[in-house]
Design a protein around this ligand. Structure first.
Ligand SMILES: [Zn+2]
Length: 419
């Protein structure tokens, strides 16, 4: 089961692999996709690949044959490092990808422990990688409906994982409370009631289509100002399953689009397991700490790195679109490592700077340069000091707030003067 308890860093990494590989094409039918279920013995998979390797000898094109066999060899080598398949199984993509036009192919291998168990064994050798099954596994199963209604306006939204979306907004067209001249009070009331009933019908139709048919929501939160929402629910126009699964009925100041937003704000304590709310809480806690005179939060990469070095970090928050990479230059002679964190745009300049200076330890000018994603680096460093990394989606209000602090922040365990 995919729960929000699947680590945010792991999800980030899986998404990164999917986006890296999804548009990629092979020169021929030469990109290997492997989905291995948890119970499948690894040696059986290796035997299967060995057999495929043999079959590949019949491929007419020299390049394609070499690429397929190289990819299979690399996949087998990697699989040999596993004693058994991980709990959820394993997904592997391996194939020759161009780095700089035809002829520049290198064999790329990406392995992913999926967020849900792999159901059946799949081997495919194709002109693209089959990332779609992995993408399906990422789809959040807990989708909640949001419905905000008053006599004038209604909004239908969905809440899933770290995102919410207003899908539909409808207006009733019912004019205010003024009666037309010559109209009796009773007649006016009756007319208004009919109009309302018609509106409720429309809202329920849309909600049923969106929340039940399209998004298969597990529950719904109803809101709006005044009694219209209760009135609406009494009509029983809304799908029976949804009516059985009303998580909360919440009074809001607005209806329609704004009402849906307000519902998201006000339902945090009703839906504890939704990642969006976890992220909101983390960012709000950060903002509260930062605003205190001696708060236990820092931001800016240099301060965070220095806090990590002192083992003074409890958790690190980082937005999923942070565009910083770490370059390391390892001295070929004495293995002394120098590192530099730079925006991706300054890549070339940073490499030059790192390698132009002689090694501080031995004076050598020969280096091996390596590049790593900031989130991977932070996770590695955090692990060593018992801290946790929380990846925050950049698409939310909280994500935007964190970005205004540079996209990286941390909770520290104690306050150090000058930090
Ligand atoms: Zn050196």
């Amino acid at each position: 089961m995919l729960s929000t308890k699947v680590d945010s860093v792991r999800l980030y990494k899986i998404r990164k692999v999917i986006s890296e590989l999804s548009g990629k094409e092979g020169r021929g039918t030469e990109l290997v996709t492997l989905y291995i279920p948890p119970k499948k013995p690894i040696h059986e998979v290796i035997a299967y690949l060995r057999n495929e390797w043999g079959t590949a000898a019949n491929i007419k094109s020299d390049t394609t044959r070499n690429h397929v066999q190289d990819a299979l060899t690399k996949a087998m080598q990697k699989l040999k490092l596993y004693r058994e398949s991980p709990d959820n199984g394993l997904v592997m993509f391996c194939g020759a990808l161009m780095t700089n036009g035809p002829g520049s192919e290198v064999i790329v291998l990406r392995e992913v422990v999926p967020p849900k168990p792999v159901k059946s064994f799949l081997y495919q050798c194709d002109d693209h990688f089959h990332v779609e099954h992995l993408r399906d596994m990422l789809r959040e199963e807990k989708v909640y409906g949001l419905l905000s209604i008053d006599a004038n306006e209604a909004g239908v939204g969905i809440l899933s994982g770290e995102a919410f979306d207003v899908v539909n907004v409808m207006t009733s067209g019912i004019s205010g409370k003024t009666r037309k001249g010559g109209q009796s009070a009773r007649r006016y009331e009756r007319g208004r009631e009919m109009e309302l009933t018609y509106f409720y019908h429309r809202v329920a139709d849309h909600a049923n289509r969106i929340l039940v048919d399209e998004y298969k929501c597990k529950g719904v939160i109803i809101g709006g100002p005044g009694f219209t929402k209760e009135d609406f629910m009494k009509t029983e126009f809304l799908n029976y399953e949804l009516r059985k699964n009303v998580i909360a009925t919440i009074d809001t100041a607005y209806s329609g689009r704004e009402g849906v937003r307000e519902l998201v704000e006000k339902s945090a304590d009703k839906l504890q397991d939704v990642r969006l709310f976890e992220e909101k809480k983390l960012v709000q806690r950060f903002l509260a700490e930062v605003n205190k005179p001696n708060g236990l939060a820092v931001y800016g990469l240099p301060r965070i790195l220095s806090a990590i070095e002192k083992s003074n970090v409890e958790a690190i928050l980082v937005t999923d679109d942070v565009d910083v990479v770490r370059f390391t230059a390892t001295c070929k002679n004495c293995q002394t490592v120098r590192e530099k964190f730079v925006p991706i745009s300054k890549k070339t300049q940073a490499t030059q700077e790192l390698t132009s200076e002689a090694c501080a330890n031995c004076g050598s000018k020969e280096f091996v340069v390596d590049e790593a994603d900031l989130i991977d680096v932070l996770e590695e460093k955090a692990l060593q000091v018992g801290a946790k990394v929380e990846v925050i989606s950049s698409g939310t209000e909280e994500g935007a707030m964190l970005k205004s602090f540079g996209g990286v922040a941390a909770f520290v365990r104690y306050r150090v003067a000058g930090v």
